[in-house]
Design a protein around this ligand. Structure first.
Ligand code: AMP
Ligand code: ZN
Length: 117
């Protein structure tokens, strides 16, 4: 998809407002507009990547850093000890609606039924 049409690229550029939680040169985290838990944060690369299926070898380090940022947010917001869940929906069967790679970070309650594990 074209970056100009991408909602999350618009959020990165500040053309669409968001409640930012974390930002550096490569990564942005902001609150999900329809929270599925008391804490629901989206962590995204600033580089437009349609989905996890489109990641390249060169993105490995940045995606590793996303997990590090998730831990930093968990630490800062005080839910690291109680725990959290990270979800990536990928493609049609994965239920992905916004085609810009994003990591859902959910926390703040017992998240209940597991799909796996
Ligand atoms: P997915 O279904 O995995 O593609 O998730 C897309 C997520 O983006 C959903 O949880 C939406 O609630 C969220 N979302 C959509 N528009 C916005 C927005 N303008 N600001 C923050 N989150 C949004
Ligand atoms: Zn994008």
């Amino acid at each position: 998809m074209r970056m100009e049409d991408c909602l999350f690229c618009k959020i990165i550029k500040g053309e669409v407002p968001s409640q930012k939680v974390y930002e550096d040169e490569e990564i942005l985290a902001f609150k999900d507009i329809h929270p599925a838990a008391p804490i629901h944060i989206l962590v995204i690369p600033k580089k437009h990547i349609d989905s996890l299926a489109q990641m390249q070898a060169e993105d490995e380090e940045m995606i590793g850093k996303i997990y590090h940022v998730i831990n930093q947010i968990a630490e800062e917001q005080g839910f690291k000890e109680n725990g959290y869940r990270v979800i990536v929906n990928c493609g049609k069967d994965g239920g992905q609606e916004v085609m810009h790679l994003h990591f859902h970070l959910l926390a703040g309650k017992s998240l209940g039924e597991k799909i796996v594990g």
